[in-house]
Design a protein around this ligand. Structure first.
Ligand SMILES: Cc1cc2nc3c(=O)[nH]c(=O)nc-3n(C[C@H](O)[C@H](O)[C@H](O)COP(=O)(O)OP(=O)(O)OC[C@H]3O[C@@H](n4cnc5c(N)ncnc54)[C@H](O)[C@@H]3O)c2cc1C
Length: 249
């Protein structure tokens, strides 16, 4: 398994990965090139990857890609918004929340940089999603929303908790996602009460729910939806991050 834990800052980085690490990297990782980087806002970047290794790949909405952070086997996980297996291209929408190798990678990347990736692999299975679908998430879920938006004929609505509503709205609009509901995070997660009420009101209308983003918000909303009568078969959930945990997969 890939070790996704960032190495301690106190330990000086090894000059070169050891033999075992290099062998594992060669065996698991495939090379890509950063074909384009579009800075959508101070914290969000649209990143196009291309390369021979992306050709002929079977991809479906909701899958994940793990990107090597260039130190040992450390990776960070992102969601392709689309995949062109013929031309060997894919696109990520990366949120730099602050400190961490993934945030630093996205802020420092340049067109032409090389990277190594692992995947795509199964994460959320949204094949033939039942409709109407409600996606809940946060800044880390915008890529999934962009992928869902491009799904022909899908009746989906989008609800996000975000730290900066103005920045988030402009990013969503730049990716073509107009009409998503954005709710500002509040102290003590007080904003989740309104989100839970909004989502619960859709239970009686037969909605199915996809919960992503922060682990604690997912737990809160999952409980609320079940209390409102949504069975487990109508709720799919995948935590993308949790406070204090690094590199959730
Ligand atoms: C299946 C899957 C798909 C994902 N898809 C995307 C995607 O398409 N786009 C995207 O931007 N992210 C996505 N993520 C989330 C991303 O992998 C995490 O946010 C990751 O932790 C970022 O790595 P980092 O190195 O910046 O921070 P880390 O080193 O992992 O974490 C450092 C600290 O920051 C905290 N932290 C992590 N993420 C956040 C956050 N969003 N807000 C506030 N604090 C945070 C951690 O809890 C930890 O305390 C996905 C995650 C998973 C599991």
């Amino acid at each position: 398994m890939i070790d996704q834990t960032e190495r301690s800052q106190d330990v000086p980085p090894a000059a070169q990965p050891g033999y075992v690490t290099r062998t594992l990297l060669r065996w698991m990782m495939r090379p890509a090139r950063i074909a384009a980087v579009e800075v959508l806002s101070p914290r969000f970047r649209l990143v196009d990857l291309e390369g021979e290794a992306l050709k002929g790949v079977a991809w479906s909405v909701g899958q994940k890609l793990q990107i090597s952070m260039g130190t040992g086997l450390t990776t960070r996980t992102y969601t392709p918004t689309w995949w062109d297996g013929e031309r060997g291209k894919t696109r990520l929408l990366v949120f730099a929340h602050g400190e961490g190798p993934g945030s630093r990678w996205s802020e420092g990347m340049r067109e032409g940089d090389a990277c190594q990736f692992f995947g795509p692999r199964r994460s959320l299975d949204l094949a033939g999603p039942a409709a109407p679908l409600v996606l809940f998430g946060d800044e880390t879920s915008f890529a999934l929303a962009a992928a869902l938006r491009a799904t022909p004929g899908l009746d989906a609505s989008y609800l996000f908790e975000t730290t900066d509503v103005t920045q988030s709205r402009s990013v969503l609009e730049a990716t073509g996602l107009i009409g998503a509901s954005l709710i500002a995070r509040a102290a003590g997660d007080a904003h989740l009460t309104a989100i839970a009420a909004e989502m619960s009101s859709r239970v009686a209308r037969g909605a199915h729910f996809v919960l992503t983003g922060k682990a604690q918000s997912i737990q809160h909303l999952s409980r609320a939806l079940k209390a409102a009568g949504a069975g487990s078969s109508r709720i799919k959930a995948k935590a993308y991050w949790a406070p204090g945990k690094t590199g959730l997969d």
